[in-house]
Design a protein around this ligand. Sequence first.
Ligand code: NAD
Length: 382
Amino acid sequence: MTIADLAAAPARAGIVAAGLAAPPPAFSYCSQQYRVLFGSGTTARLGEEVDRLGIRRALVLTTPQQQDDGRRLGATLGARLAGQFSGARMHTPVEVTEAALQVVEAQEVDGLVALGGGSTIGLGKALALRTGLPHIAVPTTYAGSEMTPILGETHHGVKTTRKSQDVIPDTVIYDVDLTFGLPPRVSAASGLNAIAHAVEALYAADANPLTSLMAEDGIAALARALLRIMVDPVDAAARHDALYGAWLCGACLGAVGMALHHKLCHVLGGTFDLPHAETHAIVLPHAAAYNAAAAPAAMARVARALGAADAPRGLFELARRLGLPTALGAIGMPEDGIDRAAGLAVQSPYPNPRPLERAALRDLIAAAWRGDAPVPFEEIRR
Ligand code: NAD
């Protein structure tokens, strides 16, 4: 084979034609500092990390459901454990943070260990922001909050989001063993939530070659793992793949800007109090269809990662095969909320591959409400 043959090979395989191998003409790349320990049994290193950060009185944070897991983890800290707060709740209500702050003060806490999903990690971030204390995250879902500088909080039912380097955990400990108990259905929805970060990272206005590599590999790892987890929730290799994918997708969420899909989920979740991960799973194929024609290279990479011919259909099929709900109506959204949600989604401008049009968005939300298969944007408009 000559050098010319080698150079032509990707084109013959259709890769260059699909825009997959060509680097973007220009990009900015800014790295953030994260310390990540990944593997099986890695929580055995928690004491080491606590010492490294100079923590002598750690507070373990969990939800009420993961209280016992928190006790087991806290016990490994011996005399370095100051206490446990197990009141973490979805969407980080400020009153919960204030209750936890009282424990921080009363127990003279000098470091935080958040064990759980996005809800608990959100509480850890909210406390770190207010106290400046060192902070270790031990994620047990695939939501990805541990890899982002983003904190969403709710005050009197209103959710606000802010970005600060001060909420980034000092250490993230991913322990595959902690995910065996995550019920398959919760795993599936959480995994789709993670995939959504990667899909939007691929067409982000500030996408860069590194996040795009992470995004494609993250989608592929999760897609192949989730179906196996449904069959065998303690399949160690599948759990390893899924958590690895979640790390990559979370890193994408933390590094580049999100677009229509995350905006819609924020609006729908906040306005109608819908379950976070399921909302992502339902909306994602429709948001991808809305953007597909405007972001062909990104969609080619999503499709390749899924092993599907078409990205929106591939995402819809994956959610369906995982047994997830496909209709917003089935998870509690009222039909008369469709118009309101479309209005809220266009209220403040944000970057998106396809311009935001209220009528088309209304059709998109209506299709997601009914549970239809995703329809390309051009057909929505017809
Ligand atoms: P969650 O943290 O609310 O967890 C869902 C339930 O599963 C909880 O009861 C939890 O205790 C339980 N659970 C978690 N891990 C478990 C395990 N391994 N075994 C058994 N049960 C387990 O759900 P989530 O989807 O991880 O997080 C959703 C929240 O995170 C939302 O508030 C969302 O806004 C936020 N979030 C924030 C960011 C960010 O970057 N700021 C990113 C993603 C999600």
